[in-house]
Design a binder for this molecule. Structure first.
Ligand code: UDP
Ligand code: MG
Length: 348
């Protein structure tokens, strides 16, 4: 019931409500090299947030079937100032599934998603939390301040992707927004209610609405290792995002079909004109072949696009779980804050 009230947006206190918990979800795939350092930084952050905002923090490390020692390192991390959950998935399911696993294991407070490779700096988190608690925002998302270090081709591709996905959409997905974002308790509970299996987090977190704010930041270079998102995988992810989020490609297909039909009609008229008015005979073979190839090519593209959607329907219909958890460890800090401390801190 409480959930319903949150979703319908009935005037619950501030966006922060009185939930004094923050769950930090960190997906990990082969991040053994930097994990200990990241945990140290998160522990310091938790201490700061406890002092400034009386927030109790927990971190949820989701090991997405890493092939290195990520899992054993994660299990040994100390829970000095921050509660630690380690959720290990039964295999590599991909980042979106790992984020979902984190969301499912998080408490009902606010949720922060951040990468485990050091690119999302814990130093920025205080600012995100302040937008949530002090300013009452529900979705605080970060966006790359600039894309100067990326190739022109990639920039054009990204721009094209967002133009297509936002085409005709009521709620536009902000371009450049990353997965580093904070969701207030009610935004997190809204996100949990979306039933689809094909998850495109950036899109969903924007789709739910509420009060959203953008924070520009400069992602740090990867602390170690290499990105697991190659150009081919990014392309796959874009098609995934596009088809699970928007029907723009289908509309594009219909439009293209219309255009072609219109072009063919004009071409037909011009042939009639040439034969009847000018009395010239139109060369049949070349025009036939060109027409055939155009129609053939376009039809194949259209079938491909429709096929993508049918694939999506199939995977939603099968309703398989998004991930499986192999192991789940929870470590709680010894010094919990008692309620009295929390109340004192909030009334200040
Ligand atoms: N990641 C994951 N599962 C995967 C691939 C990546 O959980 O299959 C995690 C990875 O450990 C990191 C985050 O997702 O914490 C972002 O991955 P990466 O840095 O490779 O992507 P990029 O920053 O280049 O977009
Ligand atoms: Mg990265």
């Amino acid at each position: 019931m409480a959930d319903d009230r949150h979703i319908t947006g009935a005037p619950i206190a501030a966006a922060g409500g009185n939930a004094h918990r923050l769950s930090i979800v960190v997906p990990l795939y082969n991040e053994s090299a930097g994990l200990a350092l990241l945990h140290e930084r998160l522990s310091r952050l938790a201490e700061k947030l406890r002092q400034h905002y009386a927030l109790t923090c927990e971190v949820i490390y989701v090991d997405d079937g890493s092939k290195d020692t990520t899992l054993s390192i994660a299990r040994d991390l100390p829970a000095d100032t921050i509660d630690v959950q380690v959720v290990s998935l039964s295999r590599n399911f991909g980042k979106e599934a790992a984020l979902m696993a984190g969301l499912d294991h998080a408490g009902d407070g606010a949720i922060l998603f951040m990468d485990g490779d050091g690119q999302h700096s814990p130093d920025l988190v205080e600012k995100l939390v302040s937008h949530w608690i002090d300013d009452g925002y529900d979705v605080v998302y970060t966006a790359k301040a600039n894309r100067n270090n990326e190739s022109a081709l990639r920039r054009v591709a990204v721009h094209g992707f967002y133009a297509l996905v936002n085409w005709g959409a009521r709620q536009k997905i902000p371009e450049d927004a990353g997965d580093f974002r904070l969701l207030s308790p009610r935004a997190a509970s809204a996100l949990r209610r979306l039933p689809e299996r094909n998850r495109f987090f950036k899109g969903l977190a924007s789709w739910i609405g509420f009060r959203q704010i953008r924070v520009d930041y400069e992602p740090a270079p990867r602390a170690h290792g290499v990105t697991s998102f190659s150009a081919a995988r990014l392309l796959g992810l874009s098609i995934e995002g596009l088809t699970s989020f928007s029907v723009a490609p289908l509309r594009f297909a219909s439009l293209l079909g219309l255009l072609l039909a219109f072009g063919a009609f004009l071409f037909g008229l011009s042939i009639l004109w040439e034969t009847w008015v000018n009395g010239e005979s139109v060369p049949g073979y070349p025009s036939l072949i060109v027409g055939l190839m155009t129609i053939g090519g376009v039809q194949l593209i259209m079938i491909g696009i429709v096929g993508e959607y049918i694939g999506k329907i199939l995977s939603e219909l099968k309703a398989r779980p998004i991930y499986f958890v192999a192991e789940h460890d929870i470590k709680r800090t010894s010094h919990r804050i008692d309620t009295a401390t929390v109340e004192r801190a909030t009334s200040e």
